[in-house]
Structure formats: structure tokens, C-alpha cells
Design a protein around this ligand. Sequence first.
Ligand code: HEM
Length: 512
Amino acid sequence: MDVFTTTILPSFQVMPYATPAAIGVLSFSMFFMKKFISDNKKRNARLPSVPEVPGWPVIGNLLQLKEKKLHKTFTSWVEIHGPIYSIRTGSSTIAVLNSNDVAKEAMVTRYSSISTRKLSKALTVLTQDKCMVATSDYDEFHKMVKRCILTSVLGTNAQRRHRCHRDTLIENISNRLHAHVDTSPDEAVNFREIFESGLFGIALKEALGKDVQSVYVDEFGSSLSREEIFKVLVLDPMEGAIDVDWRDFFPYLSWIPNKRWELNIQQMHLRRQAVMNALMKEQKKRIALGEELNSYLDFLLSEGTLTEKQISMLVWEAIIEASDTTLITNEWAIYELAKNPNCQDMLFQQIQIVCRSEKTTEEHLSQLPYLNAVFHETIRKHSPVPVIPLRYAHEDTELGGYYIPAGSEIAINIYGCNMDKKQWIKPEEWKPERFLDGKYDPKDLHKTIGFGAGKRACAGALQALLVGCTSIGRLIQEFEWRLRDGEEDNVAIVGLTTRKLQPLHAIIKPRT
Ligand code: HEM
């Protein structure tokens, strides 16, 4: 028996008088629905098409995009083509959005028409076909796993429960910096080395319950150190995510093999999977012995609704997302403060007044508006996620008054939005003061579009703010920072996010 005979039919039979009325209402609504859809289609079709950036036949604009810093190329085209324009990458058409208004229209108002993604071949392998909160389409799976990550790791209550990990991180970083000054006071400190390792520790504790120091991996027949685990789980996939397979641009040529590329990305995935399996096996032994911990893995296993493969991908997601973007923000924030001694002094003065002899903690953050402004200005100027992974219009829609046909891809250039001269005065300058203007609510996490917007806004924004602000506050409270010679020009970036190509090296002097 089908669903209609078992469920729908009986419910009509017990309401004999309601049936004709219901059918009448149904036909009436269907008539209006059809009319609404066809009116909408006609209206969309009457709208102008998005201005095109001229390119070449067949390859479109690919040659103009060969520099990997897409966000900068996109932003440079705004002067000529306006805040919304379209490009062609082989056989795909991409609408590029470069202003807050039109980006928010895509992420909020028209979200229902643009709620899916078309992933590159590399991302399809690395995300195991969208098996992550951040890359899934907006469907039941997405809603379920987003609830899981918020409840267990990133929501307000979960963040309260993970507070001890953040405190330990900041204490360890401070101790390591003091140790550096004691042993080599005149040598520049490699900020990234210290901060990245601490952040990875938080990621492991939240995801697995423990800051793992090494793990035996059956498939490799050997043990991996913490640094090697970091490389396999974070550094390699970040690099792999921007590895382009030319067949992405010409799907009709997908039958041509690209063996070397496929082997490379598959091996990256298999290594990651092997390490995740080994890490999870260790923690399952712990759980079997009755030792429960406040971790994402413990939570997902106790839910009992997900497969082993899904759990492994979700736990890995929590690790990689906690390890990268927060480092990028803090490295750029310290770079800017070291480069701008007046801003550093201003922040130090405020910390002195508010914290006096106490160490800066999360409790002080609401009284430190300049620290908050430093955080948001860094996210604005150095947007850690400069371009949101491509969204896909699965039905006809409109953006910025232009017609967007179904099948278009949408690139939201967050960096471009943050460099919009109509919205920001002298956007190329790093000036935290701009956020002290009364029009910004100090508690608002979304002063810029840096964390996205709407239903897919960043789930980890609170953690990024708490770790970012408290550690920047403590580092400025305890040390005076100065860039080492030549460091000012080290601004090249690399990767999908805006990771500095060269790690920040700074001279630090303890404050007395
Ligand atoms: C300064 C740091 C960060 C920035 C700038 C940032 C930025 C973003 C942006 C722009 C999005 C939206 C992507 C889209 O619209 O498709 C996003 C989504 C997301 N972020 Fe972050 N992020 C940061 C830190 C974190 C951290 C620390 C975590 C977790 C540990 C995290 C987890 C997530 C997740 C799970 C999503 C997907 C939300 C969804 O699709 O519903 N983020 N992030």
C-alpha cells in the first residue's frame, strides 16, 4: 500500500463534508501558485542581465583569474563593471557580488533560491560530497548537524562549558612568550608557531576531548606526532581545497582522465581518513572504559543517528575550522598593532584602566570597546574568508535588480564588500576607530559581513570573538610589540583563507 492509501485517503474519509471544500481550496490555491510562479518568471525575464566582464571564447575569463588571489582581482573589477557583474570560467557563468546590499540580498532575501552549492572536484572529495555543516545544502541533514555542532561545541552554552580550554590556551601562550624573552630577548618571536599550536589544542579538546600528542595509525604502520597530525588534518586539506582540476571548468571534457591530480587528492583524503579513524578509535576505547568527556565525538556517538563516516567528517570539520581562521585573525591583528604604535598604546591604556592589576579575561571584554574594534577592523581589512565557497541558483531569481537565471553560480566577495568605498571611508586603511562610531552596537558580532549573514552565517563567530579578543588583550597587556625589520612588507597571502604567506615575526618587550 502506498502513502496515499494508508495516510492521506483515510484522513479524507473521516472528514466526508470537508472533502469537497478541501479540494476546492486546493485547486484555488494551485491556480494562484501557478500564476505567481509564471508572473515571477515573466518579471525576472524582464529584468536586465548582469553586466559581463569581457573574456575569450570558450575559456571566458579564466586567463584573467590565473592569479590565485581571486578576491583582489574581483575587487579591482568593481571600478569598471560596478558592484555586481558576471564572469565566465569555461562553461560556467558566475555572478560576482561585491557590495553589502547585494551580498545580503543573496544570503538573506533570496536565500531560498540560492541555498545549494556546486563544489569543485577537490572540494567534493575533501568534503566527502558535502558531508559537513559548512558545505552541505540547506536540507534536513544540514539542520540536524548544525544543531549538533551548536549544542555540543559552538553555541553560547557549549562555549561556557569549553571555557577552561580557552583559559588554558591563553595562559600557555603567555608562558611561552615569557620563556622566549627569558632565553632570547633580542630575537624576533615566531608568533604563528606558538599560537597555531595552542589553537590546535583547543580544536582537539573540543572535538575529541583530549589534546592528543601522538597516535598510532594502522594504515601507515607507524605513529604520528602532533605536528604530523596537524599537517594531515589541517595544512594539507587547506592546500588541497584550492587545487584546481581544469575539468571543473569544462565538465563536458570530464571523460578525459587527469590521473595525477585525482591520485593526489584521493591520497590526501585517505591519509586524513586514516588519521581520523585512529584518533576516534582511541577515544572510543576511553568511552568503552566508562570515561566520558565533554567532546563533540562523545556527543555525536551518543546521538546514535549518524554513520561512522559522517561522524568522522563532522569531527574533522570542527578541528579544521577551529584551527585556521582564528589564527589568521590574530596574526593580522598583532601585525597591525605592532605596525601602528599609536593604536597599540590606545588599546594598552584602555586595558590598564579597566583591568588594572588583573589579567585580561572574558569578563572584561564588554568594558573594552577598543579591543572589540581592533577585532572587527582586522576581520574587515583582512577578511579571513575572502570569498564564500560558490553558491548555486537552483531556480530563476534576481539580485541587485538584475535577472539571475537558474544554473548560475554566485560568488560573494566578502573582501570586496569590505573594501567598498561607498560603505567605508578609506577602506584600505586599518582604523579600529571606525567601529567606535555610535552607529555600531558593541555586542553585534556582524559589524561587517566577515562572518557571512542569514541562515548560513558563521556558527563559530562567538568562539572566534572570545579567543581572538581575550588573547589579543592579554598579549598587548603583557608585551610591547614591534615588527622586526622588513616585516612590514611581508603581506603576501596564500590559500583559500587569507593566511599570511610568511609567519609573523615580531620583537616583544615585557611591560613592567
Ligand atoms: C574569524 C574567524 C572566522 C571567520 C571570519 C569565519 C567566517 C565564516 C563565514 C563567512 C561563513 C559563511 C559561509 C557561507 O555563507 O557559506 C562561515 C560559516 C561557518 N563557520 Fe566560520 N568563520 C570563523 C571562525 C569559525 C570557527 C572558529 C568555527 C568553528 C570552530 C567556524 C565554523 C563555521 C561553520 C560550522 C560554518 C557553517 C555554518 C552554516 O553553513 O550554517 N567558523 N564562517
